[in-house]
Design a protein around this ligand. Structure first.
Ligand code: ADP
Ligand code: GLC
Length: 485
């Protein structure tokens, strides 16, 4: 089966969050099961700089905002990828410093509508083998709003591949204006309520939903949640009407990259059968990164870790409200890594200045530190208000760092709350609160801190989490079935 993946990021070349992880691990899982895969990405400057050898497959002329744009299609073999990567090279749109979606000030690139329309047009042409490469996919698998238009461009074509669209996060709708729609010469028959029109503008995410043969999202619970007004961002009615083609398929994780017994970023390795002293050594290394002097008190105090985008989704405001109370009433310490909204970054940095021994904060994006926090922290904070799937909680389970999560989306599907019954039957893996507020988060953290003081129970909890299987085997099978039906 030939599958063309089309996406705006893929680890390790370009990653802003879990989307990048999935666009590395899912195509590899399918490739390992015999699929013939290509992954198409935009030629961002940072990405092109990481490539050694590229081959020019050809040129495509596609319509942009001011007439035709000539894009070069490159193919490369990269040591981290088992299959060829294809790249849409268009310097005017992608050769710039920084983030794929926003400028240095955090504002969306002003030409995002054109960037991802040109990318989608090129993708649709490649999906029809416009370059005569002799490679025609039977499935085009697109991801999030940046690729939402691909299905639209293909939908009317004869002999077209099956179009699958995955929603990784409904909060990002790819909304643009009517004048963008006109300037980009998007087909006028799309401009209806049943098409891409959305509150006077248009939404590329909506296009993805409307024109795909199958829509998936990244956990069963999120698939149900987005059909309700509370999680639907105004698209819940559309999603309810398309319920028959909407599937919730839980993400897997890459168990080679995220494996505490081999992780290249860890100073010490460990496994479910022998957690200590490896995990403790990672805690020591993590603390040493922030503190000039790591004493017994620091090693013994429970350490709560957090890694993530600092945005409202992740419940950062709840964490900011909870930390001062926990500093006053417990000996807990915190290590937090993230970047995002300036107000959250500043508040976290201020807390760290006020409590340098107990609140350790790194603002930025740091892959090695993310691994060290998963391994070195004692418990992992992920109180997201909503979470389509979430990968960090699965990493933390695998690293013996029980997660504290809100019962939503993929968090609800992957973490089992600790209570008398789940402890007794050996299913407990973390701490789940089900009221969306600070009080409930605090209660869950206090519960975790209590259990942490009971080493036998705690080790059991760690081991059960570490033995969960979150690899892709089951979900890759679901995708293959979906592709072929
Ligand atoms: P989301 O995709 O919503 O950001 P996920 O939990 O699915 O959330 O995935 C987040 C991914 O991004 C994880 O691999 C996590 O380790 C990584 N990540 C997020 N923020 C940072 C950061 N500041 N530094 C390093 N890695 C980060
Ligand atoms: C999105 C979601 C996250 C999910 C990731 C990969 O970024 O916010 O929950 O794990 O995509 O699917």
């Amino acid at each position: 089966m030939k599958i063309l993946f089309v996406a705006s990021e893929a680890y390790p070349l370009v990653k802003t969050g879990g989307l990048g992880d999935v666009l590395y691990s899912l195509p590899h899982a399918l490739h390992a099961r015999g699929a013939d895969v290509r992954l198409l990405l935009p030629g961002y400057r940072a990405l092109l700089r990481q490539l050694d050898q590229v081959r020019i497959l050809g040129w495509l002329d596609v319509r942009g905002a001011d007439g035709m744009v000539s894009v070069r299609i490159l193919e490369t073999r990269h040591s981290e990828f088992a299959f060829p990567l294809w790249i849409v090279d268009c310097p005017r749109l992608f050769d710039r410093a920084g983030n794929p979606y926003v400028d240095a000030g955090g504002q969306d690139w002003p030409d995002n509508a054109e960037r991802f329309t040109v990318f989608a047009r090129a993708a649709a042409q490649l999906a029809q083998d416009a370059l005569d490469l002799g490679w025609q996919p039977s499935v085009v698998h697109t991801h999030d709003w940046q690729t939402g238009l691909v299905g639209g461009f293909l939908a009317d074509q004869p002999l077209r591949p099956k179009i699958v669209f995955t929603i990784h996060n409904l909060a990002y709708g790819g909304y643009f204006s009517h004048s963008d729609f006109v300037r980009l010469h998007l087909p006028s028959h799309w401009w209806t309520h049943e098409g891409v029109e959305f509150h006077g503008g248009f939404s590329m995410l909506k296009a993805g939903i409307v024109y795909a043969d199958a829509v998936t999202t990244v956990s069963p619970t999120y698939a149900a949640e987005i059909c309700t007004p509370a999680f639907g961002y105004g698209l819940d009615g559309l999603l309810r009407s398309r319920r028959a083609k909407l599937h919730g398929i839980l993400n897997g994780i890459d168990t080679t990259i995220w494996n505490p017994s081999t992780d290249v970023y860890l100073p010490s390795h460990y496994s479910a059968g022998r957690i200590q002293p490896g995990k403790r050594r990672n805690k020591q290394a993590l603390l040493e990164r922030f503190l000039p002097h790591v004493d017994d008190a620091a090693m013994q105090a429970p350490l709560l870790g957090l890694v993530g985008r600092l945005v409202g989704q992740k419940g950062i405001d709840w964490v900011l409200a909870a930390i001062p109370l926990l500093l006053a009433e417990t000996d807990a310490r915190f290590v937090l890594l993230g970047s995002g909204q300036a107000a959250y970054e500043q508040k976290l940095a201020r807390l760290a200045q006020q409590h340098p021994e107990r609140v350790m904060v790194e603002i930025g994006y740091d892959e090695p530190l993310a691994h060290l926090i998963e391994a070195g922290a004692d418990m992992f904070l992920m109180p997201s208000r909503f979470e389509p799937c979430g990968l960090n909680q699965m990493y933390s389970l695998r690293y013996g760092t029980p997660p504290i999560v809100f019962k939503t989306g993929g968090l609800a599907d992957t973490v089992i709350d600790t209570n008398a019954a789940t402890l007794a039957d050996g299913s407990a893996t973390g701490f789940v609160f089900d009221t969306p507020d600070v009080a409930a988060l605090l209660e869950a953290i206090r519960h975790a801190l209590d259990l942490y003081r009971q080493p036998v129970q705690w080790r059991r909890l760690q081991q059960i989490g570490m033995r969960q299987s979150f690899d892709w085997s089951e979900s890759a099978g679901h995708y293959l079935t979906l592709y072929s039906t």
